[in-house]
Design a protein. Structure first.
Length: 475
């Protein structure tokens, strides 16, 4: 995983062959006409308020300010939303386990509970990642073990599984998916989990390794609903952390000839997602999905936002509309001066993600300490939440606040709905919830701005604070 200091992504402009709805925002905002009795509630995060109730004016007759408008059309919908979440790394789960029980419960309720962020997705490293206290797999045999006689998830029973179970007890809708950073060392060149690649001769055993992991977690009460074949397929991070290079030929062969058939034979309904890496590898994805044997088993593509632009997801969607897109990793930089205040930048990032067909937004580590640790790797990321190891004080990142503007109000099964327009510094995306309520999220990365929301012959005025994220919800 790369240390992240993401730049705000520009919206996909309307062009031939691209989805007509992917456009930017103008100062005047319009959506489908509300019912006369519809009321609007709003919440804002800015330098002076955090997810706080935000006053908005009533609907008024007339078009309001003249000029270009953003039209939100609930009759034109796109992908459904799966959810929002973060990664239950070994490091995060260990820190959760070391917190005093009342403080831990309070934080878990804040992240997953109905009165908190209502997060509903969790990424589980399959063995060690760079954010682990040690380097481990589920079969650390000192010699090749193709029959997996030494397979065990005992490492996870102390604090990882209990943390996953605790989150699911608060939010029973938790969707867990898992990602390996490396196969066991004995399967690889160099006999180490640090860098290198797998020997193809071990593909059959590695497919069974996935099966055993899913079955063992299921027996422990944690249903792993999806897996990716490898975290960040295009790099071994110079052998500085658990990692493995998975060339396109390897991923194609492993998924189509071994992993997919192994799941099928075992009666496992776990989804398979490929890539789990950056936007700039979209061409590789097109090639892999063009193989019918791969496409048969692959339900979707996992994306990271460290390199490239989010419209890569739209390119893949337009070529393979039956395959889902999942945004599975991106996290704050603990060394950045705006770690705790970059909510508008993250709000813009999430708007771009959902405007380009992604079904989820999943952060990197849920919880790290003030130094971005525990960490066995070379990168300095921050947690969505920081726990100061000395004072036990909790500090929330700008990403935390931005994510809350989506996760608190957008329900699983919501549809992204069409919107158009553009204004520099202002990003937005809109949703239609299963209960019929509508949600509009606006991220303002610039100075304070006045905006008018227009619906047919009605309008509503907004004063957007500088460096802010604002969520509006109405029936």
């Amino acid at each position: 995983m790369k240390g992240s200091n993401p730049t705000r992504r520009s919206f996909l402009q309307k062009a031939a062959g691209a989805s007509a709805w992917c456009m930017g925002l103008n100062r005047t905002v319009a959506w489908a006409a509300p019912e006369p009795e519809a009321s609007v509630r709003a919440w804002a995060t800015s330098d002076t308020q955090k997810l706080a109730e935000f006053p908005v004016g009533p609907w008024r007759e007339g078009p309001g300010q003249s000029g270009a408008a953003i039209h939100l059309d609930r009759t034109t919908s796109y992908q459904s939303v799966l959810g929002f979440g973060g990664a239950f790394t070994d490091a995060s789960c260990w820190l959760f386990s070391r917190m005093p029980a009342p403080q831990r419960q309070e934080l878990l309720e804040d992240l997953f509970g109905p009165n908190g962020l209502r997060l509903s997705m969790g990424r589980i490293p399959m063995g060690a990642s760079d954010y682990s206290r040690s380097i481990y797999s589920y079969d650390d045999s000192t010699s090749p073990d193709p029959e997996l006689k030494h397979f065990s998830i005992d490492h996870d029973r102390e604090y990882i599984l209990p943390t996953l179970q605790a989150a699911a007890s608060i939010n029973p809708e938790m969707f867990y998916f898992s990602t390996p950073w490396s196969p066991p060392g004995w399967m690889k060149t160099g006999r180490s989990m640090l860098g290198g690649c797998i020997h193809k001769d071990h593909f059959p055993a590695y497919a069974q390794y996935f099966v055993k992991f899913i079955q063992a977690y299921g027996a422990a009460g944690v249903h792993v609903r999806a897996v990716t074949s490898q975290n960040e397929v295009d790099t071994d991070q110079d052998g500085r952390m658990p990692a493995a290079v998975w060339g396109q030929e390897y991923e194609t062969g492993f998924v189509s000839q071994f992993l997919g058939p192994a799941f099928e034979a075992a009666g496992i309904d776990t989804r398979i997602w490929i890539l789990d890496h950056n936007y700039d590898l979209w061409g590789r994805v097109l090639d892999e999905l063009s193989d019918p044997a791969v496409s048969r088993y692959v339900e979707g593509v996992a994306w990271h936002g460290y390199l490239g632009k989010p419209d890569a997801m739209t390119r893949v969607h337009d070529a393979f509309p039956s395959k889902s897109a999942y945004w599975t990793e991106g996290g704050p930089d603990i060394t950045a001066p705006d770690y705790a205040t970059d909510w508008a930048r993250w709000g813009g990032t999430f708007c771009g993600v959902f405007r380009n067909w992604a079904r989820c937004a999943v952060s990197w580590n849920f919880l790290l300490d003030q130094n971005g640790e525990p960490n066995t790797g070379p990168f300095h990321c921050g947690g969505m939440v920081t726990l100061d190891a000395r004072s036990q004080e909790i500090r929330r990142s700008g990403q935390y606040w931005a994510l809350g503007h989506f996760s608190r109000y957008v329900r699983r099964g919501a549809k992204v709905i069409a919107s158009t327009g553009s204004l520099p510094g202002l990003d937005h995306v809109a949703f239609l919830n299963p209960d019929g309520s509508r949600v509009l999220v606006i991220a303002n990365s610039g100075a304070a701005s006045e905006a008018t929301c227009v619906a047919d012959n009605r309008h509503l005025s907004l004063s957007l604070p500088a460096n802010s994220v604002v969520t509006l919800q109405w029936d």
